[in-house]
Design a protein around this ligand. Structure first.
Ligand code: SF4
Length: 297
């Protein structure tokens, strides 16, 4: 069979990598992002909802469909819905995107129910802990974890121990939950080799006490570095003062705030640009810098 895989994912797409591995093992000819490829069967995995109408396929899946619900054929996890359950045992096809690192989940779910987040609505294939060796390819000395909330995994420590034993450096695009940090977890983060800076998040004002506790642990375990950052959700249900307050506290603990606009409007675009310029570093407080920045506009 000729199989066509389509996606708007810029770097990698684990579902398509697993589909590719399974089809190649069955002797099929697989192509990626070649819409004119004369395929017998086409899968589209779409990240961004504005791209949903851009793809023609036999099966659709991906995060974009979580909020849409318009495509009856769409599933959020095309691997578990359309292929035999043993497809995951193949491991991803790393050649599909030419990756130089392993990619996968040691734990998929996040049990929190933040109402601005699509993760709780996703169909997760399981709630189990997985060894990294289910997807790690020993050709690589880097691993990219896609976990939504590693510290909710009761066996989180095993993931770190496997990574240390295999002497891997880690890319983690989703970050770590500051609210769940304790000495043992902070020590594990400190002991790990990071290929890219680590991230945390501060989304809700009501989490302030837990976040500050986490920031203190970051400081205690010497992860205080401006190359590490904290995502700050803005344009959802916080005020300008609360946005400034969270950025100030994060900065006071030696980390970099990264505003993440939920709603893109004049204020959130401007605030994000202002923080990302690091203009505030010349000032005593971020509020003073913001006032000057506003006046200069
Ligand atoms: S903790 Fe993070 S991943 Fe979990 S529901 Fe909230 S925003 Fe989503």
């Amino acid at each position: 069979l000729k199989i066509s895989l389509l996606t708007d994912a810029p770097k990698h797409n684990l579902a398509l990598m697993q589909i590719s591995a399974w089809h190649k093992a069955n002797g099929d000819d697989v192509s990626l992002n070649m819409p004119l490829f004369p395929a017998d069967y086409t899968y589209a995995s779409i990240l961004y909802d504005w791209n949903i109408r851009q793809f023609n396929a036999d099966e659709y899946g991906g995060p974009a469909y979580v909020s849409m619900g318009r495509f009856p054929a769409a599933k959020t996890d095309i691997v578990s819905e359309f292929l035999p359950t043993d497809v995951r045992t193949f491991g991803p096809d790393y050649d599909l995107f030419g990756l130089g690192y392993s990619l996968g989940y040691s734990f998929r779910p996040c049990y929190n129910t933040c109402d601005f987040c699509s993760v709780p609505m996703m169909t997760h294939p399981d709630n189990l802990h997985h060894s990294i060796h289910e997807f790690h390819d020993s050709r690589f000395d880097k691993i990219c974890l896609l976990n939504n909330n590693t510290f909710q995994d009761p066996q989180w420590k095993e993931t770190f121990e496997e990574i240390w034993d295999a002497n891997l450096s880690v890319i983690d695009e989703n970050g770590y939950d500051l609210r769940l940090l304790d000495d043992e977890k902070a020590d594990a983060l400190h002991r790990t080799k990071w290929a890219t800076p680590i991230h945390f998040a501060w989304d809700r004002m009501s989490d302030e006490a837990l976040i500050i506790n986490g920031l203190k642990l970051v400081e205690k375990h010497k992860m205080r570095s401006t190359s590490n950052g904290v995502y700050v959700l803005i344009g959802y249900n916080t005020t300008e003062e609360e946005d400034l307050h969270r950025c100030q506290i994060i900065n006071d603990y030696g980390l970099t705030p990264y505003p993440m606009p939920y709603e893109k409007n004049r204020y959130t675009r401007r605030f994000k640009r202002f923080i990302n310029l690091h203009y505030y570093r010349k000032y005593k407080t971020i509020s003073a810098a913001w006032n000057d920045y506003q006046r200069a506009a």
